[in-house]
Design a protein around this ligand. Structure first.
Ligand code: TXA
Ligand code: MG
Length: 377
């Protein structure tokens, strides 16, 4: 028997990147990726949400390698990715009718559903839980890869535990170089934040993690109310999240991150400029995350050393913010800023998922512009 510990991996493995941009890949390359998985190795791959770190979901040793490569607590379950609806039956006890409706409406797509697992799924894959989260990603490279690998890929986001999820193959390389043999490079992902997780193992259908598929979209298909797990935003200390991953600090940049909220985008931008000025005056390097439309508030400051402005997409377009968020957080880490101020965003549509990630990245630190406070009482 071969025993390899994670340290051995860290220092000796060469990580190769195979380019598969614009959904074009050779059958030969895909077979190679599939073979690595069938041999119990790990391969990172693109999905429409974020990059995944894939291993054979039905092989407990492969799941163990995933936890080691990410430095992830082993009680945090992995999502199993499939490429065909018919693959679902083998890994779960049963599929409720309502889940079939959601699959019909949203698969392939950014929706994970949790069911009671069958015995073929090892406990190592589900972090010891009797349930399994399953998703069919909407990305040609992901679907081709899952099929070539035998149909069941366990994959968390391909970042080191605690860092922002990867939205580019370069991000995966930053975190996984030396730890895995292969990364499939599909270019930039389309959505930029992780899938919505819906639970079918409780009394009510509930959302365990918000994502691109919103509560309203789910309710429209189901024709009934969907509850949101009270622990989703991690505000209450008593609420124990049903998705174990939601209890860990996530998406955290190295700098102190504050969200700035106010009555109008202009007032927020002005408040942020004032805060930036104060930070620069004390010798801090300051990062600003703001939609492009509000850059003008900083025009008087641009020349100052230590101020870095980054565009988080466009005002009123939360999808563009979702797409930029993790990349911008990673860039600020690289540029070693001390403090970051981010605009807050609307909570409609995908904005809810964006704010969920941002609030957690900020560790709930929110600054409210004065007139906003007065208005809210
Ligand atoms: O979009 C996504 O979902 C990406 C891509 C790669 O598919 N994956 C992803 O995986 O975000 P990860 O491991 O970073 O996050 C999975 C989350 C964790 O919070 C975990 O606790 C939860 O899903 N989860 C997985 N299986 C679960 C289960 N059986 N019951 C409750 N929560 C579960
Ligand atoms: Mg993750």
């Amino acid at each position: 028997m071969e025993i390899r510990n994670s340290l051995w991996y860290t220092i000796t493995m060469k990580t190769e990147i195979l380019e598969m941009r614009d959904a074009s890949f050779s059958e030969e390359d895909m077979q190679r990726a599939g073979e690595l998985i069938r041999n119990g190795e790990l391969v990172a791959f693109p999905t429409e949400t974020v990059y995944g770190l894939g291993g054979d979901a039905l092989n407990k040793d492969a799941s163990g390698k995933i936890y080691a490569a990410k430095g992830r607590p082993s009680d945090n379950p992995l999502i199993v990715h499939i490429a065909e609806f018919s693959a679902l039956e083998r890994i779960v006890k049963s599929v409720p009718k309502k889940a079939k409706q959601l699959a019909e409406a949203f698969w392939p797509g950014p929706l994970t559903m949790c069911f009671y697992k069958s015995d073929v799924v090892p406990d190592e894959t589900t972090g010891g839980l009797p349930t399994v989260g399953v998703r069919m990603p909407n990305h040609p490279v992901a679907l081709g890869f899952i099929k070539a690998a035998g149909g069941y890929i366990a994959a968390p986001s391909a970042n080191t535990s605690g860092r922002p999820s990867p939205t580019l193959a370069e991000h995966v390389y930053e975190d996984m170089n030396g730890r895995i043999p292969l990364i499939l490079d599909g270019g930039a992902v389309g959505i930029g934040i992780e899938s919505t997780i819906v639970d079918f193992t409780g009394e009510q259908i509930s959302i365990l993690r918000p994502g691109y598929i919103t509560k309203e979209m789910l309710e429209e298909v189901l024709g009934e109310e969907v509850v949101v797990d009270p622990a989703v935003n991690g505000v209450s200390k008593d609420a124990k999240p049903k998705a174990p991953g939601m209890k860990y600090r996530h998406y955290a940049p190295k700098a102190e991150l504050y969200i700035v909220e106010g009555r109008t985008p202009t007032q927020v931008a002005e408040k942020m400029a004032e805060l930036a000025k104060q930070a620069l005056a004390t010798g801090k390097r300051c990062g600003i995350m703001i939609t492009e439309e509000n850059f003008t508030a900083f025009s008087g400051l641009k020349a100052e050393e230590g101020l870095i402005l980054k565009s988080l997409g466009h005002e009123g377009d939360e999808s563009s913010v979702a797409k930029a968020l993790y990349r911008v957080l990673r860039e600020f880490d690289e540029e070693q800023v001390d403090i970051i101020y981010s605009e807050g965003f609307g909570e409609s549509g995908v904005g809810q998922a964006v704010m969920n990630r941002l609030i957690r990245a900020a560790g709930h630190k929110i600054i409210r512009e004065a007139s906003y406070n007065e208005e809210k009482g």
